[in-house]
Design a protein around this ligand. Structure first.
Ligand code: ATP
Ligand code: MG
Length: 420
């Protein structure tokens, strides 16, 4: 233990668990890379104003959870709490939407920061993999993203997740619904903060987790009854495409999600083994966001999946990812000369792409073999003075226990051949 500890609400990723996190990130990214999404990386901080406008002043993210600070130069910045606003900002800044065919499809992976009350599945530093398809209004694009997330989770072996789907309407029908909902909500017995929310972001009240609120929401006007013809047709098409792809989803009228900028399609992936932090990922269409950031009209859709909660979901389902041993060959020298010779073999094997490690620190045979065992290596190469005098090394298959003397000059080729 040192004097220091990881800050509250954060944790370190360390071997061997960190391999699972890497594998999860890769599994989520894989279907995206395979579907025309290009990698984007943006700074870990942005101007506070970007999030205030792009996520919304009335959201918990901006009003309560943001790590905002002023720099020595007087700029007001915030650690990024989410990815969409930054990615759209970057795409607009680089004029990606003018350079080719729309949509611009991007994926990202990184750290996000929210000042939250830490609990299981809710941290102040967490990791997301996300995707955004910018500049096209096409139900197939909404369906594509949901299908790719479903595919990612399935490829990880997750089964106990559900997809909740809703439509939030658009600029035409949502305001009419909003007003009807406000009328209904104003008549309920609610606390001050929730009353304020009715005026700023009434749809969020539907999202309230408290049972005393939920009880009163029975009979609230339903957005489904207010969707305009265009939104209804769009939503039906998304649903039909998902069904056609064999993706099972649940219609969830109460799904509004936290961000102000969502329009039409909105969805969440929930996992039933996670307790109250059940959302493993979510997303939706954000047709108005580009204009809110001062850009042209660029209807877009995207999602972000939480890596931390996905790992918890794997644990909850008892899924062990098959992570290949990171070391294939372990070299154990006995004596000074063998150390120099085997170190050369190690370097040559690595150049050949064979994952190789070495017994450092001059330990004895027994201790070194223990380390070799723990490394998961399939082969060990052991050499002492007598072996070198004969021009050989001992190659041991750690699975079968079989050991052969191999000419030193051939060992790299021999090991590479055996492993392939
Ligand atoms: P919640 O309702 O649980 O607060 P959210 O709606 O704030 O979730 P999003 O902004 O949609 O979450 O982020 C997408 C995903 O990122 C979530 O589904 C979750 O997996 C993950 N995530 C969000 N906040 C956190 C956090 N504080 N700690 C760990 N993961 C998080
Ligand atoms: Mg949240």
């Amino acid at each position: 233990m040192s004097t220091f500890q990881a800050p509250r609400g954060t944790y370190d990723l360390l071997p061997p668990d960190s391999a699972t996190y890497l594998a999860v990130r890769e599994a989520i990214a894989e279907p995206l890379k395979n579907s025309g999404y290009g990698y984007v990386e943006t700074p870990g901080f942005e101007s506070v104003e970007l999030f205030a406008r792009g996520v919304g002043e009335s959201t918990d993210i901006v009003s309560k959870e943001m790590y905002a600070f002023e720099t020595k130069g007087g700029s007001k910045l915030a650690l990024r709490p989410e990815g969409t606003a930054s990615v759209l900002r970057a795409a607009l800044e680089a004029n990606l939407h003018k350079q080719g065919v729309l949509p611009v499809k991007l994926w990202y992976s990184g750290s996000y920061y929210r000042y939250e009350k830490p609990q299981k599945g809710r941290y102040r530093h967490f990791s997301q993999v996300g995707a955004e398809a910018i500049g096209a209004e096409d139900p197939a694009l909404d369906a594509e993203l949901i299908i790719l997330a479903d595919q990612a989770y399935r490829s990880l072996g997750l089964r106990q997740f559900r997809i909740l789907l809703n439509s939030l309407g658009d600029q035409e029908c949502r305001p009419v619904y909003r007003e009807a909902l406000q009328g209904f909500l104003r008549g309920l017995d609610l606390d001050e903060e929730t009353r304020r929310r009715i005026e700023i972001n009434p749809l969020r009240v539907l999202d309230d987790k408290r049972s005393e609120v939920q009880k009163q929401l029975v009979g609230a006007p339903s957005l489904r009854d207010y969707l305009c013809e265009a939104c209804r047709a769009y939503h039906d098409e998304v649903r039909a495409l998902l069904t056609g792809a064999g993706v099972v989803f649940e219609d969830d009228e109460k799904l509004v999600r936290g961000l102000d900028y969502y329009t039409r399609t909105t969805f969440e992936f929930v996992h039933d083994g996670l307790g109250s932090q059940s959302a493993v990922g979510g997303g939706g269409r954000y047709d108005g966001l580009s204009e809110m950031l001062g850009g042209p009209a660029l209807p877009s859709v995207g999602w972000a999946l939480g890596v931390d909660r996905t790992v918890l979901a794997l644990r909850a389902e008892g899924v062990e990812l098959e992570i290949p041993a990171s070391t294939s060959v372990f070299a154990v020298p006995l004596g000074e000369e063998a150390r120099r010779v085997l170190f050369g073999v190690v370097t040559r094997l690595r150049k050949e792409g064979v994952a190789t490690d070495f017994a450092y620190g001059g330990r004895g045979l027994k201790g070194a073999m223990k380390v070799a065992n723990r490394s998961g290596a399939r082969y060990t190469i052991v050499a002492g003075e007598r072996d070198l005098a004969e021009g050989v090394v001992q190659l041991k298959d750690m699975e079968s226990g079989e050991q052969n003397a191999i000419p030193l000059a051939d060992v790299v080729a021999e090991v590479a051949a055996r492993l392939s």
